[in-house]
Design a protein around this ligand. Structure first.
Ligand SMILES: Cc1ncc(COP(=O)(O)O)c(C=O)c1O
Length: 343
């Protein structure tokens, strides 16, 4: 039977043995009634780690982002987003559907918006147009191939937000990857934003869950929003327990994923059809254009699969992500498969 090296996403990781044991042994209670001690421990840890007052455990990153937008905006308002951001493109329009606000996309260079562009997209008060109320950042930037946004950009955006009485939310699904790659502590990023969400179930390998952090009063409102969106969960300490391990034991090793992504990128760059500059690979995500005279992307993905390598098609390219469940031998196998198919 074929075994697969699965590079489709960092969400495919399986919980570690220690996580499974922690799930089995977790102290639990009814979290909707505020009784689950393990959820409370995770939320306290998340708030402390990010240097914010409070945290809210959510079933998914999409729900945490949806709650964040709703808690900072009112109907008839507008949100500045980066044009390739997940919150704008890949979360099924929750901004309009749930919050009744419109997104206003801004171009960027690899996920970093020019502060002058952000400034230029803030609406002047006018009866014809929505009022700008929120700016959303993303770090690392998924669709820009896991690119890291630097803290000086956060600082510049913060200044603009303060000058115009706007809030800033960070989609930090992979903020720990950004921190490990840049050496900048997560708190340093968090300091410049009013709220941030991060995911436990991507490179950190927990089976589910994301955490939204912000000031206490906003998180209490967020708790009501989570309930109305159907995200109130009961004995959910069983999911918070692996989340605690994700935060305390799985962060440092992200560096290994980043090193493997670079090795993989160097191994396949320059092969016929692969348009990839390996120096742009900063974290765990590799996205490259594939433009081959005889192989389409679906055909290429099929040939890779025949050799035990799973990758994804995104836009006009191919996406491969390293994570805990792909090791050096999987990277070698992938490079070998690419070479055999394309040489
Ligand atoms: C940058 C980013 N934000 C948010 C999400 C949404 O997370 P979830 O899949 O848990 O809803 C993802 C998922 O891949 C993501 O990459």
């Amino acid at each position: 039977m074929m075994t697969y090296s699965d590079f489709r996403s960092d969400t495919v990781t399986r919980p570690t043995e220690k996580m499974r044991k922690a799930m089995a042994e977790a102290a639990v209670g009814d979290d909707v009634l505020g009784d689950d001690p393990t959820v409370q421990k995770l939320e306290a840890l998340a708030a402390e780690t990010m240097g914010k007052e409070a945290a809210l455990f959510c079933p998914s990153g999409t729900m945490a982002n949806s709650i964040a937008v709703k808690m900072w905006t009112n109907a008839l308002e507008e949100v500045i987003v980066e044009e390739r951001s997940h919150i704008y493109n890949l979360e099924s329009t929750h901004m309009t559907f749930i919050s009744g606000v419109t997104p206003r996309p801004v171009r960027s260079v690899r996920g970093t918006m020019d502060p002058d562009d952000v400034l230029a997209h803030i609406r002047k008060p006018n009866v014809h147009t929505p009022r700008t109320s929120l700016i959303c950042l993303e770090n690392t930037h998924n669709v820009w191939g896991g690119a890291v946004v630097r803290p000086d950009n956060f600082e510049a955006v913060r200044r603009i937000a303060d000058d115009h009485d706007l809030k800033v939310h960070l989609d930090g699904a992979r903020i720990f990857n950004a921190s490990q790659a840049s050496g900048v502590p997560v708190r340093e990023y968090a300091r410049h934003v009013d709220s941030l969400m991060f995911c436990l179930s991507k490179g950190l390998a927990a089976p589910a869950g994301s955490v939204l952090v912000a000031g206490r009063e906003r998180i209490e409102f967020g708790r009501r929003l989570r309930k109305v969106l159907g995200g109130g969960m009961r004995q959910v300490g069983v999911l918070a327990a692996p989340g605690i391990i994700a935060m305390t034991e799985m962060v440092e090793r992200l560096k290994d994923d980043h090193a493997r992504a670079k090795t993989l990128a160097r191994g396949i760059a320059g092969l016929p059809g692969v348009r990839l500059d390996p120096t742009t690979v900063e974290t765990d995500i590799i996205i490259f254009e594939f433009d081959h005279p005889s192989l389409t992307i679906p055909v290429m993905l099929g040939k890779l699969k025949d050799k035990g390598i799973l990758a994804l098609s995104v836009g006009g390219g191919i996406r491969m992500v390293t994570h805990k469940d792909v090791g050096d031998e999987d990277v070698e196998r992938a490079v070998k498969a690419f070479r055999e198919i394309l040489s």
